[in-house]
Design a protein around this ligand. Structure first.
Ligand SMILES: NC(=O)c1ccc[n+]([C@@H]2O[C@H](COP(=O)([O-])OP(=O)(O)OC[C@H]3O[C@@H](n4cnc5c(N)ncnc54)[C@H](OP(=O)(O)O)[C@@H]3O)[C@@H](O)[C@H]2O)c1
Length: 289
């Protein structure tokens, strides 16, 4: 029997997810608020519904890839009764608490919710290097593996429905901080006439090499051993950051990307930890929840 899957939301990502299912021989029923974005999927063989209500009628599995948490509620609330007893796989980016709220909402209506977070761009869906984190309903994750594995490496991170979003946003925090650091560096050398292209050819391999340090930081944090051998002290890091920030402002480039890092380091030194390893910044950030 041909498997039927419903997709709500055919933006760049929703279209890529639906296309992968279609390519794998699934029967795809899809809906998008703005009809023209559904045309190419329709031409490839998907059934395009005129409304979300029509799209979910008869569906056992509904994949949702909309803009944000508010748009997910806006689309799902009017059709909640029809979703009772079905599985909803939400791949819209949300915060952990928004995912937990959605899961509570779904549970109250008898909807089995699997929340997902996509670590890929649409072009990577179905190809190597893409991962999707899932959390919430373990049974939905297990029973839908053949579908999920069409898109990416599927990684289940726990029954708390907010965990996939937590991993997602935590990983993106590292990415955006790195991007901002690169752009700051590019502005610094740019002040001396160096092109960003010239800079990136030196910066990218250096950053890649520096990621080798992360496992050491992780071990230090997990063992809470900030005085163990081989660590760069907070005092050393404070001096390094001061030098970098002075170099930046000396070139006429604001140092505001590094200021929050500098503040974290200085607070730990003020608390008496100057000779502890730099990974101790983690203790300044640790959740008090
Ligand atoms: N693109 C990426 O690289 C990427 C990577 C990882 C995760 N994601 C996540 O995937 C989700 C979709 O991203 P995308 O790239 O597909 O974005 P997109 O191209 O902007 O598509 C957004 C989709 O949401 C729909 N939408 C927005 N507000 C709506 C509302 N109030 N009611 C009904 N539909 C509404 C849009 O419908 P219309 O066409 O009618 O506007 C469209 O289908 C986002 O949460 C995004 O963070 C994207």
């Amino acid at each position: 029997m041909t498997v039927s899957t419903t997709f709500l939301g055919l933006g760049a990502m929703g279209s890529a997810l639906a296309a992968a299912a279609l390519d794998a021989g699934h029967r795809v029923v899809a809906w998008n608020r703005t009809g023209h974005r559904a045309q190419s999927l329709g031409a490839s063989g998907a059934t395009i519904a005129d409304s979300a209500e029509e799209a979910i009628s008869g569906a056992r599995t509904v994949v949702v890839c909309l803009f944000d948490a508010a748009s997910v509620r806006e689309v799902l609330e009017p059709v909640a009764t029809g979703l009772s007893g079905r599985t909803v796989i939400n791949l819209t980016t949300t915060t952990p608490d928004e995912s937990r709220d959605l899961a509570r909402w779904a549970e109250e209506r008898g909807i089995d919710l699997l929340d997902g977070a996509i670590m890929a761009v649409p072009e990577m869906i179905g190809g190597p290097g893409s991962t999707i984190f899932y959390s919430g309903s373990a049974s939905a994750f297990t029973s839908h593996r053949p579908l999920l594995d069409l898109w990416a490496e599927s990684s289940y991170v726990g029954p708390d429905p907010g965990m996939a979003a937590l991993y997602d946003t935590a990983m993106l925090s590292g990415m955006y901080a790195m991007f901002a650091g690169f752009l700051h560096g590019a502005a610094m050398v740019g002040s001396a006439g160096v092109s960003a292209d010239e800079f990136v050819r030196r910066q990218a391999p250096f950053l890649a090499a520096m990621t080798e340090q992360l496992a050491g930081f992780a071990a230090t944090i997990d063992e809470q051993d900030y005085l163990g051998p081989g660590q760069q002290s907070l005092r050393f890091t404070e001096t390094a950051l001061t030098t970098i920030m002075q170099a930046s402002t000396g070139q006429g480039v604001p140092d505001e990307v590094l200021q929050p890092v500098h503040d974290l380091v200085r607070r730990q030194i003020a608390a008496g930890f100057g000779e502890h390893g730099t990974a101790r910044i983690f203790e300044e950030l640790r959740s008090a929840r």
